[in-house]
Ligand binder design. Structure first.
Ligand SMILES: O=C(O)CCC(=O)C(=O)O
Length: 275
């Protein structure tokens, strides 16, 4: 899928630490066509390890702010916080403020440069209001997420945001990796194709024609999936014995403003122009 190649010049963002070019014209065209792109090994082993240590320290007990599986009511989630498995976290929220390692990753040169290229602007911002979390998918009570577009609850001038999903360990169909429908970000949809909670209905034949074209995004620690906010995606349950952990941030162009008074505008965006 995505390729990396090395050049002898300094990268446009002035990243002297690495002379790798993480995106080429082919990657950009693939992102435009498919709505997603995987960059292998974007995050170093050392940084992944540092994040894992912070995450493990934050999980027993789970340090607030936390979203629990019981809060989402998705298939496989415990019915309430007081039922068995009710204390299973789904997301460690506010990663940006949680530890400097997440802040450095979210605003680092590599991610910033890629997001600038994908959004085709020099002025990009990270949202503190959406994602900005460590996704945890536990064995046992980790729930299934139906087909949806992330944009469904987000309020911006334009549906043009990109999420960077960093795997801290293996992600595959056994432990609930993301599945995507390539190109689905380019389609227009009728409201009736989605249910009350804005999940893509699988009881409709036309919708099923799309969900049959799904691709599972297998990742290894350090790989990053970049995906468009209109891309239909879903995820299964974790059938393994190990928790799956991913660090997830969302970006938009500075000119694509969150609508004032909505959740998307609650906390200030983080400007990446200094990166
Ligand atoms: O890991 C999952 O279950 C899916 C997460 C997801 O798609 C989301 O939070 O938007």
């Amino acid at each position: 899928m995505s390729q990396q190649h090395t050049i002898d010049e300094q990268s446009p963002s002035g990243d002297t630490e690495s002379r790798k070019v993480w995106l080429d014209r082919k990657n950009l065209a693939a992102f435009k066509r498919d709505g997603f792109l995987v960059i292998r090994g974007l995050c170093s082993e050392a940084v992944c390890q540092e994040m894992l240590e912070v995450v493990n320290d934050s999980l027993s007990p789970a340090l607030a702010p936390v979203e629990y599986e019981a809060d989402v009511h998705y298939p496989g989630a415990p019915p309430s916080r007081t039922s068995p498995g009710g204390d299973t976290p789904r997301r460690l929220l506010n990663a940006f403020a949680r530890d400097d390692i997440f802040r450095r990753w979210a605003t680092g040169t590599r991610v910033a440069e890629i997001v600038r290229n994908l959004l085709q602007t020099d002025q990009v911002q990270a949202s503190q209001n959406h994602h900005n979390c460590v996704m945890t998918k536990f064995p046992g009570y980790g729930s299934e997420t139906g087909w949806h577009q992330d944009m469904r609850y987000w309020s911006f001038d334009r549906p043009e945001l990109i999420t960077a999903w960093l795997a801290l360990g293996p992600e595959n169909s056994e432990n609930g990796a993301l599945c995507v429908i390539p190109g689905s970000h380019r389609n227009s949809y009728d409201r009736g194709q989605f249910d009350a909670a804005l999940f893509f209905r699988t009881d409709l034949k036309n919708n099923r024609a799309l969900t049959e074209t799904t691709r599972t995004i297998e990742l290894k620690a350090g790989d990053v999936l970049f995906f468009h906010c209109r891309l239909l995606h879903s995820a299964g349950r974790n059938q393994t014995e190990r928790v799956k952990l991913s660090v997830v941030f969302t970006y938009h162009a500075q000119t694509n403003r969150p609508i004032s008074g909505t959740r998307s505008a609650e906390h200030p965006d983080i400007d990446l122009s200094a990166t």
